[in-house]
Design a protein around this ligand. Sequence first.
Ligand SMILES: [Ca+2]
Ligand SMILES: [Ca+2]
Ligand SMILES: [Ca+2]
Ligand SMILES: [Ca+2]
Length: 253
Amino acid sequence: MKENFCVARRMTALLLVTVAAAACADSNHYNDRSEYRAPKAAHELSIDGVADEAIWQQAQWHDLTRRWLGPEYSAEDFEGRFKVVWTESKLYILGEFTDDILIDTHRDPLVQYWDDDCLEIFLDEDFSGGDHQFNHNAFAYHMSLDNQAIDIGTDKQARNYSHHVESRWKQQGNKITWELAIDIYTDAYEDDSNANHPVKLSAGKVMGLMVAYCDNDGSELRENFIGSELVAEGPKDRGWIDAGLFGSLVLVE
Ligand SMILES: [Ca+2]
Ligand SMILES: [Ca+2]
Ligand SMILES: [Ca+2]
Ligand SMILES: [Ca+2]
């Protein structure tokens, strides 16, 4: 009798595993992830908030339309999109944003950085998915308006990773053009070590990527958090913990 129960339990467990696998694009990522494609640039780009490099014309725009936090908003309040290109040494992201009020209330870059206007770039070098809260399985660069890149270190403290990201933005009309050049590191990255070296990128490489914007227009806390990937269930703002939410980024020639 006891044995029969165990067999039945094992079969139930097996069934659950099968159902879970069928519901996921791959077992480490949620269903319905985006695929981003980045064309290769022949030369390094000039990070000046001006998208006049010809390669930008060849990359596709991707919209930030997933409202993770906050109420409905208008197109004047926030609108955002981005595109990606690469060279062997850098990943480049171009963002174009409408935001009616730009705010940097917490001038210390390590304090409540997500409650200022903030561009978040989530990167998972090997598209492994999984937890990345207090490790470097993936990075979540929180880009402040003063072009600093903040993420949580393995010591569970907010840290400044601005040496990983070159960032400049410029206002043109009511839009911001934001250009970034990012060094890509593996999960072997060690905080405070001098021995970290960025990965050399190549065509066919697949990485995890997600982009989001924290919009604050004068409130104590951020008013909206809007991302590029669907979060179907659970806390919608958990991109800084869960790399399974990221889409795939394919580097093409
Ligand atoms: Ca440029
Ligand atoms: Ca706004
Ligand atoms: Ca990883
Ligand atoms: Ca704002």
